[in-house]
Structure formats: structure tokens, C-alpha cells
Design a protein around this ligand. Structure first.
Ligand SMILES: [Zn+2]
Length: 266
């Protein structure tokens, strides 16, 4: 079965001694895990500028734009690698670059990092979603409960702009109990273009995949993502592959939904 990793990065996490990897390492680890296509959502430094010390932000638009060019260069040399352009909507130049990169065959969407770029996605949501609608581009949103890019904010915007495909990454709740907020929003959102990504180690908890698919939202809008180099892909993949759900559900999660979301056969 094909496996599309809809969410990976490479680069150096400056405030931990682990969770860093070169582009080549990520590609090697992915291929070893059986991943057949990899969508890179920027380098780690697109979100966390090492020059800001422990402050996990990147407010340097020149650095973000330079990294986008680098990721395009790296991914375009590998037949199984694709990218999303990291957009910071606080800068007109970033919209221009994103529009330009979306014309490249390997650039399949947009990545939004509101919490790391220092704005509230609700405040700039109309600018972001009207741009995505104009470009007919899908977007991957960093989305956890943090006051900047919380899943309900993305779901509200997705309902307001139903033609825009939007994926809320990191399906888990910050606190206990694990509420699976992303999955509940998929069930209730007026738009069928709202997706959620499974990228978090919690999603390998015993029977959580079965519970999510059977009891909450089905499998039509869930996508596998590793968030490499943060997490080991084999662990989450084993949880999906060994889950007690139909093969059709596994195919949805592992590649079919990704192909629909990105409008791309991987
Ligand atoms: Zn990520």
C-alpha cells in the first residue's frame, strides 16, 4: 500500500539535543519506513529561528523565504519529495513568493505557522483563506490549543471558506483527557474540506485509531503525517497498519485522502 507522509521537515531544533536531521537523513528514514512520498512543510528553522534562543518563533521573513527556496531545490531533486510553501501572512512579499512557488510542479500547497510567526490565525484568517481560495491551494495548519492556531479557529474559517482544503495538524489535545478535538471538529464542520493530521505520538495509543475512526469521524478526512524529525515514523505507521479497522480506512489515512487533499497522485 502507498504511504504518503503529509507532514515532514528537516533541520536543527536548537533547544533539544535530539529531534534534528538533515534532508538526506529524513529521506533515508522515510524510505526505510516504507513511505512512498514525502511532503516537506519547511525546515524546522521556518518555525524556530535559532538566533532567538529559547523563544520558539521565527519572525525573520527573509530567513523564511530563503528556506522555502532551499526546500524547493532539495525536494525537486528527489522523485518522491514534495513541498508546501511556508507563508507568513504578515508580509506581502510572502504572499508573492507563495504564489510563485505554487506554480512549481513539486510545490503542492501552503504551510501556516501562526503560533511560530506571532499572530492569531483568527485575526488574519480572511486574508489567508481568500488567498488560498484564489490560488486553489490546500493548506496545512499547525494547530494545537495555544491561543494562536487552535483547531476551532481553523474549523470556523474552513466553514466560512468551504472551497479551501485545510488540514489541522497534530491531532491531540494539549491537556488530559485526550479530547481528540480535531476529529470532533471534522464531524461537526459544515465544510467537507476540513481535514486533520495524525502527527503526534499519542496517536499510537492502544485503540485510539479505532476509536477515532469508528466513534468520531470515520476515515475520509484523516491523514498520516510523521512530523519528522520530531517523531519516529515507524511507530505511528505500525499503529495505523495494525489497527482493527478496514483496509479501506487504512488506505484513506495512508494515501487516498492525501491524494484528494493535494490534488496530486503521489
Ligand atoms: Zn511540523
Amino acid at each position: 500500500m502507498k504511504i504518503v507522509d503529509t507532514h515532514s521537515h528537516y533541520g536543527t531544533v536548537s533547544d533539544t539535543p535530539f529531534m534534528s536531521a538533515s534532508f538526506e537523513e529524513v529521506v533515508e528514514v522515510s524510505r526505510k519506513a516504507g513511505i512512498t512520498a514525502n511532503v516537506f512543510l519547511g525546515r524546522v528553522e521556518s518555525a524556530v529561528d535559532p538566533s532567538r534562543g529559547g523563544e520558539r518563533k521565527n519572525l525573520d521573513i527573509d530567513l523564511i523565504m530563503r528556506i522555502n527556496e532551499e526546500v524547493l531545490d532539495r525536494t525537486s531533486r528527489e522523485p518522491d519529495c514534495y513541498m508546501c510553501c511556508v507563508l507568513n501572512p504578515l508580509h506581502a512579499r510572502s504572499f508573492e513568493q507563495t504564489e510563485e512557488l505554487l506554480r512549481e510542479p513539486g510545490c503542492v500547497g501552503v504551510k501556516i505557522l501562526a503560533r511560530y510567526h506571532g499572530y492569531d490565525v483568527e485575526v488574519l484568517g480572511d486574508e489567508i483563506f481568500s488567498f488560498l481560495a484564489d490560488q486553489d491551494a490546500p493548506a496545512m495548519f499547525h494547530s494545537i490549543e495555544n491561543g494562536f492556531d487552535d483547531p476551532p479557529k481553523i474549523a470556523y474559517l474552513a466553514a466560512k471558506y468551504p472551497t479551501v482544503k485545510a488540514c489541522m495538524a497534530h491531532m491531540y489535545s494539549c491537556g488530559a483527557p485526550i479530547a481528540l478535538t480535531h476529529a470532533r471538529l471534522i464531524r461537526t464542520c459544515a465544510s467537507t474540506s476540513l481535514y486533520a493530521g495524525l502527527e503526534h505520538p499519542y496517536m499510537a495509543f492502544y485503540s485510539i485509531i479505532e476509536h477515532t475512526v469508528r466513534e468520531i469521524c470515520g476515515s475520509d478526512r484523516l491523514m498520516y503525517g510523521s512530523d519528522l524529525p520530531c517523531h519516529v515514523p515507524a511507530a505511528q505507521l505500525a499503529a495505523i497498519e495494525q489497527a482493527d479497522i478496514a483496509d479501506a480506512d487504512k488506505a484513506n489515512i495512508l494515501f487516498r485522502n492525501a491524494e484528494r487533499f493535494f490534488g496530486q497522485e503521489f
